[in-house]
Design a protein around this ligand. Structure first.
Ligand code: PMP
Length: 404
């Protein structure tokens, strides 16, 4: 599907055709996104919002059109609820700081889950440290699913916010966020969803989910690096204090004090990444033109096929095999019961032109829980097909022979 529209996929790696299976880290970009960036700098680059001149007005229009497109993409009520950031990490850092200021006091608690990426752990640890609060996490069951009964036990009057990944970047499991949101809302606790691994792979509707916040990155959804989104319900964003000060986020600045701008600008200090937001708009249009049903079905088929092919190899252990997943499969290779280091597997795959990711995937607490040094992770995008998986499996079999 659409492979020819992604120029990088024509590259050779170590003399072989590139098979790119590292989409959870970042996706490749279609020509239309590459062209949008080149066109922006060639034809209309200009700082936005403050300019009366022609180019500035074009750039401002493109940035605000992109905001509306994001609102539509995730079904937000209003584009005022869309804050442009650098990416998921930036979004969660901004939120953790502001929530910390508004809600956290000594003795309060924040709950994340046992599968989180470091970017949904460390910002909350920092906020908790600042506010003398405690970070708790939903433990995992034996099968690596979240222990929802334990989550119920963690919720209390001390809980001030819950922040969980929609899809685990290590295991690919689609988490039961609907239930997590419902349970938290019964106690009027706001919920942030880390959508870094879900928004690129499935239709995410913030109104249907009723999440209070959603963070995601442009570069994982065929858009450019350096642009991301923090969605927040208006009721929350209006109450939260800004996390950064500077130009654009102000109404008036006097020596006696500053008044802040309206939403969403209150949270967008400094010159925004208007080229990035425009290119993200093009990427979202690209996804919409294919359609979620086609995309989800395609990636579901690849995940299923990959697990099937992997499980036919002796010595492969797939983590969370058979669970509902979104485009990610993690495994390790064993030789007579001894784990072969994932780094060695990844290196031998790379030499055969197959790009996968190995290691802790920025989720050390989960990897510690799994009691392994890391995993080999393959992750899919819309341009992958079954032949990529066949090439990967053949390369893995060769790697296994060399390492045994
Ligand atoms: N959360 C999850 C679940 C992720 O997979 C990632 C990226 N690997 C992030 C957060 C961080 O995203 P970014 O590096 O784009 O800020």
């Amino acid at each position: 599907m659409k492979r020819e529209e992604f120029p990088i996929l024509n590259e050779q790696v170590h003399g072989r055709k590139l098979v790119y299976l590292d989409n959870a880290a970042t996706s490749q970009k279609p020509q239309c996104v590459v062209d949008a960036i080149a066109e922006a700098y060639s034809r209309w680059n200009s700082n936005i919002h403050r300019g009366v001149h022609h180019l500035s007005q074009i750039a401002t229009q493109k940035h605000e059109d992109a905001r509306k497109a994001v609102a539509q993409f995730i079904n937000a009520r209003s584009s005022d609820e869309i804050i442009f950031t650098k990416g998921t990490t930036d979004s969660i850092n901004a939120l953790a700081f502001s929530i910390g200021e508004l809600l956290l006091h000594e003795g309060d608690e924040v709950i994340v889950s046992g599968v989180e990426h470091h970017s949904n752990i460390v910002p909350w640890q920092m906020a908790c440290e600042r506010k003398k609060s405690t970070l708790r996490h939903i433990p995992l069951r034996e099968d690596l699913s979240l222990d929802i009964e334990a989550f119920k036990g963690l919720l209390s009057d001390r809980t001030k916010v819950v922040s969980v990944a929609h899809v685990s970047n290590v295991l690919g499991i689609i988490q039961p966020i609907e239930e997590i949101i419902r349970l938290a809302h019964e106690r009027h606790i706001p919920v942030c969803i880390d959508g870094a691994q879900s928004v690129p792979h499935m239709s995410v509707d913030v109104q249907a989910l009723d999440c209070d916040f959603l963070a995601f990155s442009g570069h994982k959804m065929y858009g450019p690096t350096g642009i991301g989104v923090l969605y927040g319900k208006r009721e929350w964003l209006e109450q939260l204090p800004p996390h950064e000060g500077g130009g654009e986020m102000i109404n008036h600045v006097r020596w006696s004090g500053t008044t802040y701008n309206d939403l969403p600008y209150k949270f967008e200090a400094g010159t925004p990444n208007y080229v990035g937001s425009h290119a993200l708009h093009v990427a979202m249009d690209y996804i919409r033109a294919i359609g979620w049903e086609t995309l989800e079905q395609h990636e579901h088929d690849l995940t299923h096929y990959c697990e099937q092919q992997l499980s036919a190899i002796d010595g492969v252990h797939i983590y969370a095999a058979g669970m509902p997943k979104a485009g990610v499969v993690s495994f390790n290779l064993f030789n007579n019961g001894q784990l072969i280091h994932p780094f060695d597997v990844g290196t031998l795959l790379d030499q055969q032109g197959v790009a996968v990711r190995t290691g802790h995937h920025c989720a050390e607490p989960l990897i510690d829980d799994m009691a392994v040094p890391g995993t080999v992770r393959v992750s899919f995008g819309l341009y992958n097909d079954r032949s990529d998986i066949d090439t990967f499996i053949a390369a893995l079999r060769r790697a296994q022979m060399m390492l045994s």
